[in-house]
Write a protein that binds this ligand. Structure first.
Ligand SMILES: C[S@@+](CC[C@H](N)C(=O)[O-])C[C@H]1O[C@@H](n2cnc3c(N)ncnc32)[C@H](O)[C@@H]1O
Length: 349
């Protein structure tokens, strides 16, 4: 058995304060359970030369295992521990586009990019076929997408993305950012905004973009699609095809500055009321075997309530050691947690 040491991104401390190493341990447990077949032993925190690492033991890691480990949201560098020396293992994270796709836009209410990475990663790993997250063939829906942090993360990993948000300013800001960014980067693309009318409802603004990381990919038709819609998430079933997404990933309103807006009941304090109505709508859009991941503020909605709601919608909730250790403090009013669940592969229509 060899021993490995994963160096945690120093910037992760800004997001999670003291929790970053603990969250890295949890994310590694998830990777191990879902993608590596339980081959990691003794996952633990350790300080080496004054820096914080997460160490573990494993037999030699093949390229696929390194690719999975490279997706850990806080991974900065990986080493094999040889005596008291560290031998670098080159990480190979998915990065179809520059990381400024995620960092350029700054705004109040943005979900931190590192946390969004963790949320998307933990969710895609819980799908029936977790290995596919490395293959760039999935379609991710964020049904309350704000200015698109989840969509951009999915694009950067090579996947397609679709997002909905009720806030028109957010949707417009994302669409204009994306157009500008694609132009500045001189990437081959098309982008267009249209209005769609559905069953007598008010018209919805919809922006569709097609892009590719390189000219060769574009020429070969290896393109990615991203769509963003200005709509209430409860209308997702009219606007997104049934069983057309592999994952639903969202950071729910925190009930603090970003209240959940319910179309009839106005601004609700907690997100539970909205989620109780929205989850059954989202589940219909998931392909069987697909997964759903929600981040929320436990100060306004207890975990058991969310779990019960997902089970009621016919989902299997992830209860492995990693999946139940993702709770962390964001600030004095937000204690964030993540719940992940799967639509059973054999789900009836
Ligand atoms: C925590 S924010 C998500 C931020 C996003 N992840 C980002 O980084 O930009 C929650 C979002 O839920 C949206 N929202 C609240 N109620 C909604 C509803 N009924 N339908 C669609 N979006 C809703 C808000 O407009 C807000 O953008």
């Amino acid at each position: 058995m060899a021993r490995y040491a994963l160096l945690v991104q120093p910037s992760a401390n800004r997001v999670y304060a003291q929790a970053s190493v603990g969250l890295t341990v949890a994310e590694l447990q998830i990777v191990d359970e879902r993608a590596l077949g339980g081959v990691l032993a003794d996952i633990a925190e350790e300080t080496i030369g004054g820096a914080r690492y997460v160490t573990f033991e494993a037999d030699a890691l093949d390229d696929r295992a390194v690719a999975h480990l490279s997706q850990v949201s806080t991974a900065f560098a990986l080493f094999e521990v040889v005596g008291d020396l560290l031998r670098p293992v080159t990480l190979t994270p998915l990065a179809a586009y520059d990381d400024d796709l995620l960092t350029v836009l700054k705004y109040a209410g943005k979900t931190n990019e590192t946390f969004t990475h963790l949320l998307l990663h933990a969710t895609l790993l819980f799908r029936e076929r977790p290995g596919e997250l490395l293959d760039g063939s999935l379609r991710v829906l964020d049904p309350m997408c704000g200015r698109g942090t989840t969509l951009n993360q999915a694009l950067r990993w090579g996947h397609d993305a679709v997002g909905l948000d009720l806030d028109r300013k957010d949707v417009e800001a994302y669409a204009s950012f994306l157009g500008r960014w694609l132009k500045d980067k001189r990437l081959k693309h098309t982008i267009a905004t249209t209005r769609v009318r559905h069953e007598g409802q008010r018209p919805t603004r919809r922006t569709d973009a097609t892009l590719a990381p390189t000219k060769a990919d574009w020429a070969a038709g290896r393109t990615q699609q991203v769509t963003i819609l200005h709509a209430d998430t409860l209308r997702a079933g009219e606007l997104v095809k049934r069983r057309s997404v592999d994952a639903v990933v969202t950071d729910a309103p925190y009930g603090v500055q970003h209240g959940s807006r319910h179309p009839e009941h106005g601004l609700a304090r907690g997100p539970l009321e909205l989620l109780a109505e929205a989850v059954p709508v989202w589940v219909e859009l998931l392909r069987p075997g697909g997964a759903l991941g929600i981040a929320w503020n436990t100060r306004v909605a207890p975990r058991e309530d969310l779990t019960a709601l997902l089970e009621k919608a016919g989902l299997e909730v992830a209860d492995g050691a990693g999946y139940t250790s993702l709770r962390h403090r964001v600030d004095s009013s937000i204690l964030r947690d993540v719940v992940v669940a799967r639509r059973p592969a054999g789900a009836a229509t």
